[in-house]
Every structure is written in C-alpha cells, then in structure tokens.
Design a protein around this ligand. Structure first.
Ligand code: FES
Length: 87
C-alpha cells in the first residue's frame, strides 16, 4: 500500500493492493477522465508532482517512464510510500 495525495484538494488516501490509483482518486473526490482502464488509450494521463510512479501502461516510451512526471492511474502504481498527483 502507499499513500495517494491529491494536490488540488489536499486529500490523502491509502491505496491498497487491488485498488487502482484512478479509483482511489475518485473515491477521494477527484474528477478523473478514463476510457480503456487498461493502460492503452492515454485518456487518464495525470501529472505526477511528487513520488516515483510504478508505470504499468503500454503507452510511455522508456525515456518518458524514466522522467516520471506523468502516469496513467488506471493501471500504474507507486514505487514510493507517497505519490502526489495533480488531481
Ligand atoms: Fe486508458 Fe488509463 S483509461 S490509459
């Protein structure tokens, strides 16, 4: 588990295994667009403000993965204990 922080509202929630970052953000009150929910369409792209994303999408190129400044929250998770998104 890791803590997801929503920068726009300051809300913080724990994301347990099995719950997507997207769903956790929505439960915390964020409005987040999505479509495929499988990491392939790009609709849910979200800027990362702090923390290191654990990318699980099929979209980003290696250098974009390494940059770690955005993620696809329908599938991706966090390598760090805390992940702050621009939501
Ligand atoms: Fe399609 Fe997240 S909803 S990549």
């Amino acid at each position: 588990p890791f803590v997801l922080e929503l920068a726009r509202t300051g809300a913080a929630v724990t994301v347990p295994p099995g719950l997507s970052v997207l769903e956790a953000a929505r439960r915390a009150g964020a409005t987040a667009l999505s479509s495929c929910e499988q990491g392939t369409c790009g609709t849910c792209e979200t800027p990362v403000l702090a923390g290191v994303p654990d990318h699980r999408d099929s979209i980003l190129a290696d250098h974009e993965r390494a940059a770690g400044d955005c993620l696809f929250p329908c599938v991706s998770r966090s390598c760090t204990d805390r992940l702050v998104l621009d939501l």
